[in-house]
Design a protein around this ligand. Structure first.
Ligand code: PLP
Length: 473
């Protein structure tokens, strides 16, 4: 493709994206295809002769769009949002266009330094402790996902607890123990598996039945029992916004309980952390200054195209101690001067792209005011849904709404609840997901798309009412 052709096709591609967004309102939210339908539209082998890029764009409409669940649809309310936004997309495009590989400072200083500054900005905007800033003992880094961040936190915790022995000779015979509530994200167990501890190393702690938050007394009892039995507590996972119901563990209370054993406190605020751009939505992070690490995903609810998971540590020595490695071919004067950060030591992989540019674009073009307005709108629309649920005798809230997440069910029972959700999802009018709370089925409605309005929430609610009527409600 010549530079001029690139320019022409680039414009056509942006037009395609803008047209795709404009079409979303009329498309079913959930993909309507059966397994194999998309494969069946693709040739078995790559073309021998070059094809024009227009052919790829045409196939997006013919092959790809029908097989998509539209995550940027204004009535996508399932799971948690995976926000995109025009500014983030353009930032991501710039990152691809620059095509720099920022594995170490020396391979592109701007990639590292913009990231450091942008994460300092975000830490300040979220009210995170000073210690997390890059000019202190800690610092932030963009990871691909919160799962990787939690894995990285566990490796750092093991490094600190073992005095470096894990790095040198592995987890050995020590019976390490990791804690999280029954509501902790599954990435905690996966992190234990990947770290070589095994899934049984994770001890799950009961939650309060009504709030679904970790029972801190039960955590204390578990620690005492484990220490007595010769196990080594190494990390506790604190859910600041659980996946199922948005439950908030008490960060300060957990940190207080584990303090005497020097356990690493990792706060997983993958979804709810970004809400802290609003001072009135920071309560769930109270005590975060006592945490060793913190993760939140701008790619969930802060308008930043996937992937962008921001991870901070209070003391970067444990993190880089666990992960640093310097082969001869990466030796350079800047690294040896000790004056620069080499991000390859901050995550499992070596290579890394310029993800910071999309977050930079979002922070600058929305401004903190714009980001607050986005979060507040999601919270207000969720409150509206909660009011609608409460006002209808057929339905009930399962837990109190958490920020922009509402969890509810049909009083008639689990089967009816699941059938109503499936009817809405099958209709394509809106897309919701489910969970179980205390053994009973519930529907989750998470607001958060940059394109959702009150009219969209009302349409989803109308579809749920029709579905409830279909269940004899
Ligand atoms: N932690 C929590 C609380 C989550 O809700 C999720 C995903 O929804 C994750 C971790 C995993 O996020 P990621 O997909 O970035 O690994």
């Amino acid at each position: 493709m010549s530079p001029e052709e690139f320019r022409r096709q680039g414009h056509a591609t942006i037009d395609w994206i803008a047209d795709y967004w404009a079409s979303l309102d009329g498309l079913p939210v959930r993909a309507q295809v059966a397994p194999g339908d998309v494969r069946g539209l693709l040739p078995p082998s790559a073309p021998e002769s070059p094809e024009p890029f227009d052919a790829v764009l045409a196939d997006l409409d013919r092959v790809v769009v029908p097989g998509l669940t539209h995550w940027q649809h204004p009535r996508f309310f399932a799971y948690f949002p995976a926000n995109s936004s025009p500014a983030a997309i353009l930032g991501d495009l710039v990152s691809s266009g620059i095509g720099a590989q920022g594995m170490i400072w020396a391979t592109s200083p701007a990639v590292t330094e913009v990231e450091q500054v942008v994460l300092d900005w975000l830490a300040e905007a979220l009210g995170l402790p000073e210690a997390y800033r890059s000019d202190g003992p800690g610092g932030g880094v963009i990871q691909d996902t919160a799962s990787t961040a939690t894995f990285t936190a566990l490796l750092s915790a093991l490094h600190r607890a073992s005095g470096g022995a894990v790095r040198r000779s592995g987890v050995g015979g020590t019976r390490w123990r990791v804690y999280g509530s029954t509501q902790a994200h599954s990435s905690l167990v996966k992190a234990a598996m990947m770290a070589g501890l095994g899934e049984d190393a994770v001890r799950t702690i009961d939650v309060d039945a009504s709030t679904q938050a970790m029972d801190v007394d039960a955590l204390r009892d578990a620690l005492l029992e484990d220490v007595e039995a010769g196990l080594r507590p190494v990390m506790v996972h604190v859910a600041a916004g659980s996946t199922s119901t948005g439950a908030m563990d008490d960060v300060a209370a957990v940190a207080e309980v584990v303090r005497e054993w020097g356990v690493w406190v990792h706060v997983d605020a993958a979804w709810a952390g970004v809400a802290a751009v609003c001072p009135e939505h920071r309560g769930h992070l109270a005590g975060v200054e006592a945490a060793d690490s913190f993760v939140t995903n701008p790619h969930k609810w802060l308008l930043t195209t996937f992937d962008c998971s921001t991870f901070w540590v209070r003391d970067r020595a444990a993190l880089t101690g666990a992960l640093s490695i310097l082969p001869e071919y990466l030796r350079n004067a800047a690294t040896e001067s000790g004056e620069v950060v080499d991000y390859r030591d901050w995550h499992p992989q070596l290579g890394r792209r310029f993800r910071a540019v999309k977050l930079w674009a979002v922070l600058r073009t929305y401004g903190l005011e714009g980001l607050r307005a986005h979060v507040r709108s999601g919270v207000a629309l969720a409150a509206r849904v909660a009011d609608l649920v409460s006002a209808d005798d057929r339905w009930e809230l399962v837990t109190e709404p958490s920020l922009s997440l509402v969890v509810f069910r049909l009083r008639a029972g689990d089967e009816e609840t699941m059938a109503a959700m499936e009817a809405v999802n099958a209709s394509g009018e809106a897309y919701l997901s489910h969970t179980t709370v205390e053994g009973r089925a519930a529907i989750r409605l998470a607001v958060g798309s940059w394109r959702t309005t009150q009219a969209d929430v009302d349409r989803a609610w109308a579809a749920l009412q029709d579905a409830a009527a279909g269940q004899g409600g």
